[in-house]
Design a protein around this ligand. Structure first.
Ligand code: NAI
Ligand code: MG
Length: 357
């Protein structure tokens, strides 16, 4: 029968984004080549990013969203370069895609790989694995607010950065988190809140969490303040399974999680439009890492793990598991990039992952 062909838009964008997207593509192409014609990936490259902005004054083409709409998935690197203000580059490309494609669920697994020493002194060989589920469409990153309201004059400028919490937005991300928890060994959802201080939005968040939890009596729950949750990440990570949090809180906590696992370069992420009205986007959690870009030192594991999440999304779960096992086998053999204490290059890690596949 004809192979199932998945059309993927590659948007490596800036810095190490180009290096790690190439790494993930090599892994996916090797899988397709070995699939005996069962499936294939059809790639289209987009040159968008800060370099494109310097030439054109735009982070992406004006009709870029229409062009992307027809793809089965987007594979993204990282956006940002010192030549362009970060809020311009982020809103002009990554957030523009996430918001317009209503990718409201951002899934960020935290996985401790064998062979990588955690900065947690007490971490032993206990497998640690939890998932941060990030509300990805509203909250603190709703883009609402303004500056210099009412023309207060020099020295008196004020700015409002307003959070938006809707009942529908809270409910859909929480149901998503509970459904995910049901698929895991530990059926538990921890809600991250700050309702003691943020008495409007976060109280709504808490109320919706309680209501949704009632529909999942088989799933254990807890509601934890974000400051306390940051301590739990360090002190009792073994208590975590699914952690659902607002846009900003989850952004911070997921970086903490990946640092605990050893490096930002390890963390994978999926920006999902669970309604399937728009393509979903898969990208490593890290940024463009200008300090190491272009030197072949980038850790490709986060990007390859993101490619595995894309395979899950395509229904290729067996292949996704193979990729994750190949990553564990690679780190377990001690072949590591400098960010996790090794001397290997990006290419050497990719070659080892391909061998282990
Ligand atoms: P970053 O994630 O780029 O770098 C933070 C630290 O982690 C650096 O020391 C870097 O060398 C290291 N690192 C990151 N990825 C790595 C990898 N794959 N292998 C090894 N080490 C790695 O965050 P930073 O420095 O705050 O931001 C740099 C630029 O990236 C900024 O322009 C920022 O706006 C942008 N950014 C973009 C994101 C995205 O596109 N999703 C996310 C975060 C930042
Ligand atoms: Mg972040």
């Amino acid at each position: 029968s004809a192979p199932r062909t998945f059309r993927i838009a590659a948007i490596p964008a800036d810095g190490v984004g180009t290096e790690v997207v190439a790494a993930g593509r090599a892994v996916l192409d090797a899988l397709a080549a070995g699939s005996s014609g069962r499936f294939a990936f059809d790639w289209t490259d987009f040159p968008w990013g800060c370099g494109y902005y310097e030439k054109t004054g735009r982070m992406m083409d004006e009709d870029g969203l229409e062009v992307l709409q027809d793809f089965d998935a987007l594979y993204f690197g990282a956006v940002g370069w010192p030549s362009v203000p970060d809020h311009v580059s982020l809103w002009g490309l990554r957030l523009r895609i996430c918001q317009n494609f209503d990718q409201w669920a951002n899934v960020r697994p935290v996985h401790f790989h064998p062979g990588i020493t955690s900065p947690l002194r007490k971490a032993d060989d206990t497998p640690l694995d939890w998932v941060v589920v990030r509300e990805n469409s509203e909250g603190e990153y709703a883009g609402l607010g303004g500056r210099n309201l009412a023309g207060r004059g020099p020295g008196n400028e004020v700015a409002l950065q307003t959070s938006l919490f809707t009942e529908k937005g809270c409910e859909r991300i929480m149901r998503f988190a509970f459904d995910l928890a049901r698929e895991r060994d530990r059926k538990k959802v921890s809600s991250v809140t700050k309702s003691n201080a943020q008495q409007h939005g976060m109280v709504l968040w808490d109320e919706v969490f309680e209501r949704v939890a009632a529909d999942y009596p088989d799933v254990e729950t807890e509601s934890v303040l974000v400051d306390a949750m940051s301590a739990t990440f360090v002190l009792h990570p073994e208590d975590l399974s699914v952690v659902v949090a607002s846009n900003l809180n989850a952004d911070i906590l997921s970086d903490l999680g990946s640092a605990l696992a050893g490096s930002l370069g390890l963390a994978a992420s999926a920006n999902l439009n669970p309604d399937h009205r728009f393509p979903s986007m898969f990208e490593p959690v890290h940024g463009s890492a200008p300090d190491i870009a272009g030197r072949g030192l980038a850790n490709p594991i986060g990007a390859i793990g993101s490619a595995a999440l894309m395979l899950d999304h395509f229904g290729l779960e067996e292949e996704a598991t193979r990729v994750r096992k190949a990553l564990d086998a690679t780190t377990g053999s001690g072949l590591l990039t400098p960010d996790v204490g090794g001397t290997a290059t990006t290419d050497q890690v990719v070659a080892a992952v391909l061998d282990n596949l």
